[in-house]
Design a binder for this molecule. Structure first.
Ligand SMILES: [Zn+2]
Ligand SMILES: [Zn+2]
Length: 196
């Protein structure tokens, strides 16, 4: 590519990044500052070097912006828990933000169900012993609504199934045997049934 057209492509990429990262007014100001700097430079090589450096910088910004979770709206906070019906909830990302960025694959869960979801996921997908102890302790409580627990496990396993299909998770972690080994699920169901 000739220096001229390469420079043009880099400048376009740089300005597109700035427009993505900042709101319009600020983006316009920053772009103007670059225009001024470019006008005062003599060689295309210098301009290309500047562009490359700033493109790296703004790419990192773009990445951080994409990874930023947005604050839940009041309406979302006022939505009852999808598992147990508690009147206020958090916005839980079924697709985690670290991997997928801010996304719409979310479910509204109260603080307790939210925590249980994360603990169950960490137990089954990450094989966390620390989480497993807590889940077993929670499951032993008669205060839990069995339907809510089943629902939470269902979401956990659905998301794990999706991860298995994408090759991100070992297949055996979605098996009933694994669930049995980690959470003694059959025992839990038996205990719950004997209560009614
Ligand atoms: Zn709940
Ligand atoms: Zn969450």
């Amino acid at each position: 590519m000739m220096a001229d057209s390469r420079e043009k492509a880099l400048v376009e990429e740089l300005y597109a990044l700035i427009r993505y990262v900042y709101h319009k007014k600020l983006a316009d100001e920053i772009i103007q500052a670059f225009e001024d700097a470019f006008a005062s430079r003599t060689t295309p090589e210098e301009r290309i070097t500047i562009c490359e450096q700033w493109i790296d910088f703004y790419r990192a910004h773009r990445y951080r912006k994409a990874m930023r979770r947005r604050r839940p709206t009041s309406q979302e906070r006022l939505t009852p828990c999808s598992a147990c019906g508690y009147p206020v909830s958090h916005r839980h990302h079924l697709w985690d933000v670290a991997t997928h960025g801010e996304n719409r694959v979310t479910v509204q869960l109260c603080a307790n169900c939210h925590e249980l979801h994360h603990l169950m996921y960490n137990t089954l997908a990450r094989d966390s012993e620390r989480s497993r102890k807590l889940v077993l302790h929670i499951l032993a409580s008669p205060r839990l609504q069995p339907q809510a627990v089943q629902q939470i496990l269902g979401w956990c396993r659905a998301i794990m199934q999706y991860e298995v299909e994408n090759g991100w998770l070992e297949t055996h972690k979605v098996s009933d045997r694994w669930l049995e080994e980690k959470l003694h699920w059959a025992d839990y169901l038996r205990r719950v049934e004997s209560r009614v």
